[in-house]
Structure formats: structure tokens, C-alpha cells
Write a protein that binds this ligand. Sequence first.
Ligand SMILES: *Cc1c(COP(=O)(O)O)cnc(C)c1O
Length: 243
Amino acid sequence: MQHAAAESDVVLRARLDVVRGRIAQCARRCNRAPEEITLVAVSKTHAAEAVREAWAAGARDFGENRVQETEEKLAPLRDLDLRWHLIGRLQANKARRAVKIFDLIHSIDSAALVERLERLCAEEGRESLPILVQVDLAGEATKAGAGEAELPGILATLKSCQQVRCVGLMTLPPFFDEAEQVRPYFHRLRELRDELREHGAFAAGGGTGELSMGMSHDFEVAIEEGATMVRVGTSIFGARGKA
Ligand SMILES: *Cc1c(COP(=O)(O)O)cnc(C)c1O
């Protein structure tokens, strides 16, 4: 057991180093500072122990797509100072639990959800809840995210919020074998971010507007297109079982 744990630790650390190295190289290639890009290590389906190993290797931001699964990881990792990101769709009936545990929610897709979170923040005494609006740029009805046409309504609601703060946009493009094919989606998200920034959409966050885009097979393209957060699972933790 001891030996197996130590071995997986070495593998994970090596993978993390490779990903960090690729992020830094890619950033420099496009004249960006590597520090502008936050690596969110997507730990969904992986055990709390894997999160601990990644933390020991320097990771601080972790992405999960289910509230329940994240809750289960909290107790065994209580001693660690880390940030939890919700990257999966948030169901209304789990919103209160999400308010209690997540540092950043990437998957806001409706004004109704924003209103609910604002109310829950007040009830739970949470002063500030940063969120990203997830944009569905492919118009896929089955995919999570708000269509571009829905953005003005969601952003208007966000502007009236005290606790819920819009700090940027997120997208999950359709899957293509060839990473280059996702470039137009990443490019479009950046355009939207730039437009919205001019209209003060991210003022409450005090920032310039985060762009959460890019996963294991396309994060370099995302960084070239301006990503400030990349969500990387498989390249760090290895393949996921069917969960
Ligand atoms: C699972 C997931 C990721 C990570 O995907 P990998 O291909 O394993 O890097 C990123 N973003 C979202 C929204 C996900 O659900």
C-alpha cells in the first residue's frame, strides 16, 4: 500500500509538471505571463487522496462537476487550503449546498439561478460568491450553458446582485478530434468577454473578465485565444472510469 501510494504520487507530480510546463511555454509563445493562467485541476471521479497528492505537488484549484461528490471530499481534505470550482451544471435543488462549499461557480446558465444564488447567499451569510456565466456557443440544446441571446438578461440580473459577482465567462465547446477545430469557439468567447467588459459586466468582480476555457486536449489553443483559466483533468489525474 505504502509503495503504491508513493508511486502514484510520483506519476501525478510528473504529469502536473508537464501540464504546467506546457502552459508556461504556450503563454510565453503568445507573449502572455504564465501567471495570468490559473490551472484548475479537474478531480471529478478521482479520490480525495489524488487531490491531496496534487495539492502536495502544488495544485491549489480543483474542479468538480457534482455537489455531492465534492461534499464527500471536504472532510478528508479539511486540513488543506484549496479552492473548489464547480464546473458542472448546477441544479436548483443543490444551489444552497453549492453556496456553502464552492469558491467559484463556472456554470451559471440562467437568470433564475442567479436570483436563487443571491437569495441563498443572504440566507447563508455568504458575502461574495464569484461566478462565471457559461455560454453555449454551439447552440446545442443538449449542452449546458446559456445561448448568446440569453446573455443580456442574465447579465442584467447579475448587475442588480450584491453577493453574486460575475467575474467572467466559461465555455465547453463541442468535442472535436482535432483541437484546432475548437479555436472559433474560444475566439468567440473572448470577443463576447471584450464586448461585455466594455459595458462593465465584470465591474463587480473588480477584474477584467476571466475566460474559463480549454481542457486536456485543447488547452493550448485556449491559451492562445486568451484563456485565463484552463480546466484540466485527464492530463493530470489520468483517465476517468465511467462515472
Ligand atoms: C471533465 C471536465 C473537464 C476536464 O476534462 P479533461 O478532458 O479530463 O481535461 C473540463 N471542463 C469540464 C466542464 C468538464 O466537465
